[in-house]
Design a protein around this ligand. Structure first.
Ligand code: ATP
Ligand code: MG
Length: 421
């Protein structure tokens, strides 16, 4: 059988408390995330009640669909913990008490000066071909089973038991067996364009391809395009490609289509990219009608100006310290007046904060949406913009702050370009 260029996994989260919503499944997502970055395709994450038939059936179907099956939960000592029985039934194996695990369990209880309850004996169960995975934080050992080219891993439910076992015992074994693969991943973060326009620009062929996988995500602060590439074997006269080479070629295609919207890569955020464009320059901000959304977004950046005004120490960002005189009449002011007023505010806060760069934003509800006016002043060079942010209320105010970041980012970009030219 030719080795597949990637492996598939099914994750089963077992426990009635999951299906009744008393506990949220975090194991599935955590394990799924790690498998994905290791080039294993997670075909599904399933939550199941403590029901022998349902869990047995889920293991059977998982083994049909994937080379790797990982379960969490149901390894405890009580009768409702039946993951072991389900695995045994699914692969037609018989359970027996493993003397070594039993000794370890008895010892664990003896150390605490109590007799081991009979119920715990099932935690010493094994089936032929299964290997016990030590649990440093609990009494339930995990299971590692290899059968007919497939791997089944059973871990306990509590994340503080399951995740350490996953990292210290399971991942090294998966690597050693070549189940994980070389992959390359990059996220391009876009501003000033909606997810559906991004999808349109990339085209269906790219978004449906199996390798590289190109996916779009609407995040609160950006539309992300994530590229995940695996190596490609040489075929039909075409040379082999490493994951990195394929990623790079795809990234260039995406940048060709959407490059002017890309403001950040991977884990970078607005404070990161604004910080690198500001360089050693500090920023002072003014905002009105945003409930401090801009300051909240930027306040922890080291370059943000917490200043003194007129010799007084200002607690908090310079932003809210003193409002400039308002020249516009409220409500019916035309955009030009709005922009002039916001630009004055940007200049004022820049002076007040003794910063070379001033940024001002005003937001106010307009129907169901938010009317946003932004002004940037970089050493007296002024840029303003009026726009409508989707939704009113908190969402609209947060989007107004992001609009301000985007204008500042563009203004700093052209300011730098002009400075160099
Ligand atoms: P134990 O020996 O503790 O009983 P177990 O393997 O039987 O371990 P469960 O009884 O299924 O595990 O779950 C124990 C606890 O672990 C749950 O009460 C819950 O708090 C947590 N837990 C279980 N499964 C998950 C999950 N998928 N995501 C997050 N937490 C979980
Ligand atoms: Mg339990």
């Amino acid at each position: 059988m030719p080795r597949p260029d990637h492996h598939r996994a099914v994750i089963l989260a077992v426990g009635t408390e999951l299906t009744t919503g008393q506990t949220r499944d975090s194991n599935g997502g955590d394990i799924g995330a790690e498998l994905s970055t290791l080039g294993v395709q997670v075909v599904r994450i399933m939550q199941l009640p403590d029901d022998l038939e349902a869990v047995t059936d889920a293991f059977r179907r998982a083994m049909d669909d994937a080379e790797l099956v990982v379960s969490t939960g149901g390894l405890g000592p009580t009768p409702d913990d039946l993951t072991r029985e389900a695995i045994a039934a699914a692969i037609g194996a018989t359970l027996h008490v493993d003397p070594e695990i039993e000794r370890w369990l008895v010892e664990l209880f003896t150390r605490r000066g109590v007799r081991m309850p009979n119920a715990n004996r099932k935690q010493a169960w094994l089936i032929d071909g299964a290997e016990a995975l030590p649990n440093a934080n609990g009494t339930a050992p995990g299971w590692w089973i290899e059968r007919e080219g497939r791997v089944i891993v059973a871990l306990p439910g509590p994340p503080r038991e399951a995740l350490p076992m996953w990292r210290s015992d399971v991942l090294p074994r998966l690597r050693a067996r070549g189940i994980t693969a070389e992959i390359a991943m990059r996220t391009l973060r876009l501003t000033g364009i909606g997810e559906s326009h991004v999808a349109e620009a990339l085209g269906e062929a790219m978004l449906r391809a199996a390798n590289p996988i190109v996916a779009t995500y609407a995040r609160p602060d950006a539309v992300d395009v994530r590229i995940t590439a695996r190596p490609v074997a040489a075929q039909d006269g075409r040379p082999a490609l490493t994951a990195g080479e394929l990623l790079y070629a795809t990234q260039r295609q995406v940048e060709e289509a959407l490059g002017r919207h890309v403001f950040a890569y991977d884990d970078e955020t607005w404070p990161d990219v604004l910080g690198s464009r500001l360089g050693s320059r500090r920023l002072a901000t003014f905002e009105r009608g945003t409930s401090g959304a801009l300051a909240a977004l930027l306040a922890h950046a080291p370059w943000f100006a917490f200043g003194e005004i007129d010799g007084r120490r200002v607690e908090g960002p310079v932003a809210g310290a003193s409002a400039p005189e308002s020249t516009g009449s409220s409500g019916s002011a035309i955009d030009d007046d709005d922009e002039r007023r916001v630009l004055d505010a940007a200049a004022h806060v820049r002076d007040a904060g003794s910063a070379p760069v001033g940024l001002a934003v005003e937001a106010r509800p307009r129907g169901a949406d938010t009317h946003v006016v932004v002004g940037v002043d970089i050493d007296g060079e002024r840029t303003a913009e009026t726009s409508t942010a989707f939704q009113a209320g908190e969402q609209g105010r947060r989007r107004a702050a992001l609009t301000a970041c985007a204008l500042l980012w563009r203004a700093l970009g052209s300011n730098d370009a002009a400075g160099r030219g």
